[in-house]
Design a protein around this ligand. Structure first.
Ligand code: SF4
Ligand code: SF4
Length: 189
């Protein structure tokens, strides 16, 4: 749920005109990151969001060490490793077009656009409904790719870490075994 402070910050920081001129370069590059608070910290609301097909589970990491071989010989995620590693977390964000609901393997720099974005309308969500990143990014028109992200990766990791086990269960449930990259790299959750 959006906080009073955020509403006040919005008055100061949001510049919809700049975003209109830019035509949503950030949304075209990658869907924006959610916070657990976007789902009232409720795993049932997170599941419902995934069921719409408009949100995805992602995995932020700095090494590939959490990918380990299962007894069946496929690559899977080691949840204990994620739990004890400072800069790793499973989290939810908007879904990118032509990407799966469980989107944990990245080979491209630009994987967007976000499924909720269109050139004609921009973001289909109202400001209050947008993921936290989308509500808190500060537009910087002259170098739009470098707009200021006030919801940092460290904030995201800290907020999502307590949900690791529940998100892993959801990731297993929604895992698309037949997605080409997972088949190619033999990844099965
Ligand atoms: S936040 Fe920045 S990149 Fe995103 S639409 Fe606005 S100006 Fe463009
Ligand atoms: S949810 Fe909205 S603001 Fe966020 S990337 Fe998608 S279209 Fe952009």
């Amino acid at each position: 749920m959006i906080s009073q402070t955020e509403i006040e910050m919005r008055e100061i920081l949001v510049n919809e005109e700049k975003c209109r001129v830019c035509k949503g370069k950030c949304c075209q590059r990658h869907a924006c990151d959610c916070s657990p608070e976007d789902f009232d910290n409720d795993i049932r609301l997170m599941r419902r969001a995934l069921e719409t097909g408009k949100y995805a589970i992602d995995f932020t990491r700095s090494t590939a060490d959490a990918f380990v071989y299962s007894s069946k010989g496929a690559l899977t995620l080691d949840i204990e490793h994620i739990l004890k590693t400072e800069n790793e977390a499973l989290y939810i964000r908007g879904r990118n077009r032509n990407r799966p609901i469980v989107d944990i393997l990245h080979t491209e720099k630009k994987e967007g656009p976000c499924v909720m974005w269109s050139l004609e309308k921009g973001c289909e969500l109202s400001f209050e409904q947008r993921p936290k990143y989308g509500r808190t990014v500060i537009p910087f028109l002259f170098i739009p790719e470098n707009c200021i992200n006030t919801y940092t990766k460290q904030d995201l990791i800290q907020e999502w870490k307590p949900y690791t086990k529940e998100l892993f269960k959801l990731a297993k449930e929604f895992f698309p075994k037949d997605w080409e990259l997972y088949e190619e790299f033999n990844i099965v959750l």
